[in-house]
Design a protein around this ligand. Structure first.
Ligand code: R5P
Length: 285
């Protein structure tokens, strides 16, 4: 059976269709003191697949509860799918006294899981924080699908060197074009500087590809630079469209033609599904 977290209802339903497995009834509640209760109804089967992105701290807690409820209900195997793993970007202590948050949450999640699958983690090395280690799958090839098929001399750019493989994957799935990347310097959460690549952009359609759009600072800076340099239409696409706070407004003000993402985070921009990639990983074993 598929057990859906609060933030993963569409992707869980898509996965249930892909696997032809039933969706378990799930209820989410909150006690007057603020404590959460994620509860499952009538279930049966040997394997529970808990599908729960964790973009909030509450979502982490609800995931732990769903894993535990699945054990209580008697499932022999509990697989945990993290379409989006929150806290994964804090994958090391960047300054003295900081935690490795990704390791802390991975340890907690591991205690309730026989197997863990996640989608395009910020750094694949976070998979090693799980015990046993998690499997990372990619949904980046899906990101080509919503792009217009008549892009003019397309250039696929990543906002930093770390996302260039994603840009290459989208380029390959879209059928060709040049790939390059910006140099990025982050001064604070909302103050990001991107240094243009050498690629000529004037009159060309540009697709900027990243793993996550969070505050939109990185992408809006990139869109602004491309606009200043005479690019034609600039599209931004990402696996995890967190789009926190005023990110959409920032991107729109910067002149973006469209924003696309997958359903690892459920937003109006979630044009494509990561469910087929997850289903394929589940079926491999
Ligand atoms: C960081 O290196 C990631 O790949 C993204 O570029 C980053 O998380 C985006 O964050 P924001 O939208 O807040 O600039």
């Amino acid at each position: 059976m598929i057990l859906s977290g609060r933030h993963s209802q569409s992707i869980a339903a898509a996965l249930a269709r892909e696997l032809d497995e039933p969706l378990a009834p799930v209820e989410f509640d909150r006690f007057p003191d603020g404590e959460l209760m994620a509860q499952i109804g009538q279930t049966d089967g040997e394997r529970a697949v808990v599908v729960a992105s964790t973009p909030t701290s509450d979502a982490h807690l609800e995931l732990l509860q769903l894993q535990d409820a699945a054990r209580e209900a008697g499932f022999e195997q509990v697989v945990t799918v993290l379409p989006y793993m929150g806290y994964a970007r804090q994958d090391r202590a960047f300054a003295a006294g900081e935690p490795v948050s990704a390791r802390a949450v991975a340890r907690a999640i591991s205690t309730g899981a026989d197997r863990v699958i996640t989608v395009d983690p910020h750094e694949e090395a976070v998979c090693d924080f799980f015990e046993p280690s998690a499997t990372a799958v990619t949904a980046a090839d899906q990101l080509a699908e919503p792009l217009p098929d008549d892009l003019t001399d397309p250039l696929y750019l990543s906002p930093d060197a770390g996302a260039i493989e994603l840009a290459e994957t989208v380029r390959d799935a879209a059928g060709g074009g040049e790939v390059d990347y910006f140099e990025k310097t982050r001064h604070s959460d909302s103050d990001v500087e991107v240094t243009p690549s050498d690629a000529a952009v004037e009159g060309r359609d540009v697709v900027v590809v990243d793993d996550i759009i969070a505050t939109g600072s990185t992408m809006s800076e990139a869109v602004g630079v491309l606009d200043d340099r005479g690019a034609a239409d600039v599209y931004v696409t990402c696996v995890h469209p967190l789009l926190a706070s005023n990110a959409v407004t920032k991107l729109s003000r910067a002149g973006v033609a469209a924003i696309y993402g997958t359903d690892t985070i459920e937003r109006p921009q979630s044009e494509v599904s990561a469910a087929p990639a997850i289903a394929a990983a589940l079926e491999r074993r």
